[in-house]
Design a protein around this ligand. Structure first.
Ligand SMILES: [Zn+2]
Length: 72
């Protein structure tokens, strides 16, 4: 399993607001609470592009739906 280097986290900042980022529980993305964006980590490399970022609400909603195994 590829883990992101914790030291890398220290130097990474949100490209939009330059704010601090938080690693997701699964370690599959970096969250900026300020912007409400999630930057995906692909193959251990964070994709620090605003264009590639996903809305945090969408990420959490998608996860919740998966947990419930629910579909409409
Ligand atoms: Zn931000």
């Amino acid at each position: 399993m590829k883990q992101i280097n914790p030291r890398l986290l220290d130097i990474l900042a949100c490209p939009k607001c330059k704010g601090e980022l938080q690693l997701t529980e699964e370690g599959d993305g970096l969250i900026c609470e300020h912007c409400g964006l999630l930057y995906e980590i692909r193959d251990g490399i964070p994709v620090m592009l605003i264009d590639e970022a996903r809305p945090l609400s969408e990420y959490r909603h998608g996860k919740k739906a998966a947990e419930n195994g629910a579909s409409e």
